[in-house]
Design a protein around this ligand. Structure first.
Ligand SMILES: Cc1cc2nc3c(=O)[nH]c(=O)nc-3n(C[C@H](O)[C@H](O)[C@H](O)COP(=O)(O)OP(=O)(O)OC[C@H]3O[C@@H](n4cnc5c(N)ncnc54)[C@H](O)[C@@H]3O)c2cc1C
Length: 360
């Protein structure tokens, strides 16, 4: 089957599905992208969107994250309108990070991170108060306007010939008599396909479960606070104890408290108000910051914490792509998924992240 005759349905128009749809159409595949809500996703619309290959990750996971950071840089050259900025990060959170160990370990892996003194950090980020060492800076980390990026990818997919449906969900993935995917059911109507890629974020397990595919998934809540726009105060992603904050293109500060998910019983308003208080006391010039909006997302985190990207061994034509850190990972995952689907070539970077690792 040639690339141009192969029919592929992508379920989910968050950053993962949109990026995959674009990479596939770019290579000539016939793609239908189906999104139950609007392009830009659910979690993708409620993310902090920091691109990184930071601490606390084993080498294979570091490798794919670092490769994706390079891919973001490459995409920025290819797409002048890409809402991505290689802003860098100031690490000043010694509660969460063993900064010295992180720098030593990651520098030995070739990561762009270096220790800095308090004075050096102040020169880079003069508005950040009460810095306590050890501190580090990575210049190659960055941030994305994730919803805008997903919309851009879906728009490029459409321009390359993809059909894009929004506001209508896939009810089920259908299989033929041989147990191979033959399409999806949408609004009681079948859409034929040779391959179905389920990139439905936290909803992915619910879609593949009727096909006998088990996918443990945690969906811990993540609350972020956005302030009203302020004059430019900080350039980098700033990681402080109990506060990570960055300044968006419009001047608003976007902040979170935890990377692991907040306690479910604390109201989002309480977390957001506390974040604004922390911003006011941590950033010079933000003393009068005002809360503009609160976002609540659910991190699609497969059972062992790592991405799930690949075919299943039981259902031919079914491919799954769901993960946390999907903002960091979207560009490399999309390119490697297109390689696997169209060339039948699985890149070694994807090897640890197959679906079948959850087969009991
Ligand atoms: C607070 C918070 C902070 C985060 N910070 C970072 C960060 O700094 N860096 C980072 O890399 N990652 C971060 N993440 C994680 C990252 O945002 C997610 O991994 C990423 O957005 C997942 O994208 P997605 O496309 O898989 O999912 P989504 O954006 O949720 O998209 C999935 C889409 O599938 C659609 N869908 C579901 N069911 C169906 C159906 N039956 N038919 C059709 N469509 C369907 C949904 O409507 C949705 O739009 C954070 C997440 C949160 C919540």
């Amino acid at each position: 089957m040639t690339e141009t005759s192969r029919q592929i349905v992508v379920v989910g128009g968050g950053i993962i599905g949109a990026a995959i749809a674009w990479q596939l159409t770019k290579r000539g595949a016939q793609v239908t992208l189906i999104e139950a809500g609007g392009i830009g996703g659910l979690t993708t619309a409620a993310t902090w969107a920091w691109t990184n290959a930071t601490a606390h990750n084993p080498k294979p996971y570091y490798d794919i994250r670092a490769a994706s950071m390079t891919e973001w840089d490459r995409l920025a050259d290819e797409l002048p309108d890409l809402p991505y900025v290689r802003s860098g990060t100031l690490y000043a959170d010694n509660d969460r990070f063993d900064t010295e160990a992180f720098v030593a370990n990651h520098a030995s892996w070739g990561y762009d991170v270096r220790s800095v003194s308090i004075d050096q950090a102040r020169q880079h980020e003069p508005a950040v108060r009460d810095l306590e060492g050890p501190l580090a800076i990575s210049d190659s980390e960055g941030a994305v306007d994730a919803t805008a990026a997903a919309i851009l990818f879906a728009t490029l997919a459409r321009k390359s010939g993809a059909l894009v449906f929004t506001g209508i969900g896939v009810d089920a993935v259908s299989v033929d008599g041989q147990g191979r995917v033959d399409g999806v059911i949408m609004n009681d109507a079948p859409i034929k396909a040779d391959e179905v890629i389920v990139a439905a974020g936290a909803d992915t397990p619910r879609i593949v479960e009727p096909l006998g595919v088990t996918l443990p998934m945690e969906t811990r809540r993540g609350v972020l606070a956005t302030t009203k726009p302020l004059p430019r105060l900080i350039d980098r992603n700033i990681l402080l104890p109990g506060l990570h904050v960055r300044q968006k293109a419009d001047g608003a500060l976007l902040a979170g408290a935890s990377f692991g998910g907040e306690a479910p019983d604390v109201p989002a308003e309480e977390i957001a108000n506390d974040l604004v208080s922390r911003i006011q006391s941590s950033i010079v010039g933000a003393e009068n910051a005002e809360l503009a909006s609160i976002s609540v997302g659910h991190r699609p985190t497969p059972g062992d914490g790592f991405p799930v990207v690949g075919r299943t061994s039981t259902i031919g034509g079914l491919y799954i792509a769901t993960m946390h850190s999907g903002i960091t990972l979207a560009p490399i995952v999309a390119r490697l998924v297109a390689d696997e689907i169209l060339d039948d070539r699985r890149d070694p970077l994807l090897e640890p992240f197959g679906v079948d690792r959850f087969k009991s």
